[in-house]
Design a protein around this ligand. Structure first.
Ligand SMILES: Cc1ncc(COP(=O)(O)O)c(C=O)c1O
Length: 398
């Protein structure tokens, strides 16, 4: 019998984290959404349609790839595996959740979705699902990210979505979420298709559910390949959806070490990072309680990461609770280390990772040389790196 780790302590709460700190009308719409989600879970036809689309449209199951070259270069017999979410249609894990919520939106009779995006992968996934299901789509994106991730802006526009550039503040993911929440409040017809395990209940629970396909598949594939579970499961953390998607299949397996890799930016002591779990404090952001990087007034503070998708001052409440429970360990990876990880995976395995995912790869590259023969490390390769080529070319002067 495996011990069961109690994580969602009461619906919508993970220990002291989570909840829904929103005003009246949004509160009732979120309750309606929660009920629609629970009803959909009970409906086999919903699950069947999602499963079929994940297989026929997204291309699931995504591959599990053994990295023979990096394993032998870095390890003393330790073995590195990747869960290949980069191979999904649209190139990242974001499509799993976008399809799930898109089907839910259609089931609720909604004609219009709104979304926020940082790296543009969630925005692209939403624009794709909207095209597939015949929905209108508006994506809010920080103005800095519109520049950094221009390739994804073009993809969203080609797919027929409206992209709204948000120039407030630093023009990154926090401001995009602010704008999307504002639009959600003022447009009662819209469905807010949130892209990570953040925001008020039910989003953290719902997004984790739609991403849990990653962990279920990886667990089965790993058992088949290695005859046992991995010693380490590693994922980068922005809001935390690819991490929770992977970790949720292993939280009860206490022998599997779960490592959340946060963006240490220019260094954890530089003030220029986005390591909310490691350097934040409990506070409320965007309608939920979690670890938040705050300014001296207790408001969400400025953050930095080379990766638009990790550049957020909060983190999923379930990860905050798992950290307090000691069930996950948190590690920081700097911008420079992520660039090194990007290049190493590209040059030695022929796989160009998203800069977000390169954080997890870079941590694995530090871990492998410390491990003994036969130890296994599973990294969630959350997305592909085409969108980051301009940044990498500039930073590395290639
Ligand atoms: C490829 C990729 N990985 C990871 C992330 C971070 O999001 P999350 O922590 O929700 O997985 C993003 C966000 O845009 C992304 O595009």
């Amino acid at each position: 019998m495996r011990n069961h780790v109690e994580i969602e302590t009461k619906r919508g709460y993970f220990g002291e984290y989570g909840g829904a700190f929103v005003d009246g009308s949004i509160g009732s719409r979120l309750k309606e959404l929660d009920q629609a989600f629970l009803d959909a879970l009970e409906d086999p036809s919903f699950q069947q349609e999602l499963t079929d689309l994940l297989r026929r449209y997204v291309g699931r199951p995504s591959a599990l790839t053994f990295c023979a070259n990096l394993s032998s270069r870095l390890g003393r017999g330790a073995r590195l595996y990747l869960k290949r979410e980069d191979l999904n249609h649209t190139g990242a894990h974001k499509i799993n959740n976008a399809l799930g919520q898109g089907l839910l939106a259609r089931r609720m009779g909604k004609k219009e979705i709104i979304a926020e995006t940082g790296a543009g992968m969630h925005g692209t996934a939403c624009a794709t699902v909207a095209a597939l299901l015949g929905l209108e789509c508006t994506v809010f994106m920080g103005s800095q990210d519109v520049q950094r991730q221009a390739a994804n802006v073009a993809r969203m526009k080609a797919l027929g979505a409206r992209v709204v550039s948000v120039s407030q503040g630093d023009g990154t993911l926090k401001e995009a979420v602010d704008a999307a929440l504002h639009e959600y409040a003022s447009n009662p017809q819209a469905f807010y298709l949130l892209g990570s395990v953040v925001g008020p209940h039910p989003y953290p629970t719902m997004v984790r559910h739609f991403q849990s396909v990653i962990g279920h598949e990886a667990r089965e594939q790993f058992l088949k390949e290695e005859g046992r579970l991995p010693h380490y499961a590693v994922a980068c953390v922005g809001g935390g959806s690819n991490a929770m998607g992977l970790f949720s299949a292993f939280t009860d397996d206490l022998d599997v070490k779960l490592i959340a890799v946060e963006p240490a930016g220019k260094g954890l002591d530089s003030g220029l990072h986005a390591a909310s779990l490691m350097r934040g404090e409990p506070a409320i952001i965007h309608g939920f309680k979690t670890y938040v990087i705050t300014d001296p007034n207790g408001n969400p503070g400025r953050v930095h990461s080379i990766s638009s998708g990790l550049d957020y001052p909060g983190v999923g409440p379930e990860l905050a609770h798992l950290k307090d429970m000691g069930r996950i360990s948190c590690e920081g990876v700097t911008d420079q280390e992520a660039l090194d990880g990007f290049l190493a995976l590209s040059r030695h395995e022929g796989i160009i990772p998203a800069l977000e995912s390169a954080h997890a790869v870079a941590f694995a590259m530090k871990l492998l040389p410390t491990l003994s023969d036969g130890t296994t490390v599973l990294v969630n390769l959350s997305g592909r790196g085409d969108k980051d080529l301009n940044t990498v070319m500039r930073e590395l002067e290639l």
